[in-house]
Ligand binder design. Structure first.
Ligand SMILES: *Cc1c(COP(=O)(O)O)cnc(C)c1O
Length: 407
């Protein structure tokens, strides 16, 4: 059987998640005769007979996961298929569909959602780009914003989708997925799982219909891949592939190969990064001028209970607010030496950024204010450096900023 017509090799049943991460998408290695999966960079494929090629083209354009002939790279790529199968296995989904970026994944989902209803219900806070795409109605799909508690009152028979991020970017607010699913009734719920990764949270197990990732973040993990992916049932995946074929927001095979290559170490990375984040979060309130620390489960007892119920840990991203406001936040980002002042997250190196100026710049200032995205707020993504080195760097930057402000 040729590589491109291979049957599903993603599902690995009855094994622990760490084992699935190593083997998903490559169970045919022995019969295929390789150890590292090959990369297929073809833009087009030599055709068999025209009738067969036409039938394959029809099937793929209508959203089939695979067909006897790949025909053309916008229709199918076997390297991307492997990553998709691996990610689907990790999320416990039937299928996954990969895109050029996280925002391309959000865009394709919203375009597909136009078949399911006439508006979206969305829970804030969301990543700035997602908030902007929804608020601008650039894709012609109206949005109704709702707090998690109000979703039941806002959804109607014509709601296409309920969208939520948990933990949310940038304040790590957690939402009870099972409760939200119940509130949404028959309307599918999409969870952006970028911050938690399937290592710490599998939203489909709590009733969500779709899971979305910016693969650029923890899934990539090394700051060298841009991508997005949605995991869901086969019918919705077909709708997403149909949009992908039509609009062309493809994941590049090299990106898919790197993402698949990184999958076996995802658990190790996330758990190590999380352990360091926990230690930093514990010490952070002792520093001068640190007003508030945002980390899943810290807000109150109710959020701690949600984290305990639906996550295997709070993750490796936290945020904190400085009493010195924007000037203090700016000074800290300029004083850090080891942490890199940069947007994005989930990389092996630690990153620090100012959401109000950068990732959430496009969000309405009133919405930012309502969700604690203040001038003094900084977001930190913890990497794999030693905790003591990171602590020393953060502490010197925050202490120097506080003493400058006092002087
Ligand atoms: C970064 C991010 C996105 C957008 O992903 P890109 O790969 O940058 O397009 C979407 N959701 C969340 C939670 C993100 O952090």
């Amino acid at each position: 059987m040729s590589e491109r017509s291979s049957q599903s090799v993603g599902a690995v049943h009855g094994l622990h998640a760490d084992t699935v991460a190593v083997h998903a998408g490559r169970q045919d290695a022995r019969t295929a005769g390789w150890h590292a999966p090959p990369i297929d960079l073809s833009s087009t494929y030599p055709l068999g007979d025209l009738t067969g090629a036409g039938a394959s083209l029809d099937a793929l354009a209508h959203g089939a996961a695979r067909a006897p002939e790949a025909v053309y790279a916008r229709l199918f790529n076997p390297t991307v298929d492997r990553f998709e199968q691996a990610l689907a296995a990790m999320e416990g989904a039937e299928e996954a569909v990969a895109f050029a970026s996280g925002m391309a994944a959000v865009t394709a989902t919203l375009l597909a959602a136009r078949q399911w209803g006439d508006h979206v219900v969305a829970v804030r806070p969301l990543y700035g780009g997602t908030d902007h795409l929804l608020a601008s109605q650039m894709l012609g799909l109206p949005v109704r914003w709702a707090d998690p508690e109000a979703v039941a009152d806002v959804v109607t028979k014509t709601t296409a989708l309920v969208m939520v991020e948990t933990p949310a970017n940038p304040t790590l607010r957690v939402v009870d997925i099972a409760a939200l699913v119940q509130a949404a009734g028959s309307v599918p719920v999409l969870v952006d799982n970028t911050f938690a990764t399937p290592v710490l949270q599998r939203p489909l197990a709590h009733g969500a219909a779709m899971v979305l990732h910016s693969a650029t973040k923890f899934l990539g993990g090394h700051g060298d891949v841009v991508g997005g992916v949605v995991a869901c049932d086969a019918a919705r995946a077909a709708a997403l592939r149909q949009v992908r074929v039509a609009t062309g927001a493809l994941m590049h095979p090299l990106a898919a190969w790197l993402l698949h290559r990184g999958m076996p170490t995802l658990g190790l990375r996330v758990r190590a990064q999380q352990a360091t984040a926990r230690a930093l979060v514990e010490r952070l309130p002792t520093l001068p001028g640190v007003d508030a620390v945002y980390y899943p489960g810290l807000a109150d007892r109710a959020s701690a209970a949600v984290v305990a119920r639906q996550m295997d840990g709070p993750g490796a991203v936290f945020a904190f607010a400085l009493s010195g406001g924007f000037e203090a936040a700016r000074a800290v980002t300029e004083r850090v030496r080891l942490l890199t002042p940069a947007v994005s997250l989930g990389s092996v190196d630690s990153l620090i950024q100012h959401p109000a100026s950068l990732t959430h710049r496009v969000v309405d200032p009133e919405v930012r204010a309502a969700h604690a995205i203040s001038g003094g707020l900084l977001r930190v993504s913890v990497g794999l450096e030693h905790v003591d080195d990171l602590w020393r760097d953060l502490a010197q930057a925050i202490e120097a900023t506080a003493s400058k402000a006092r002087a």
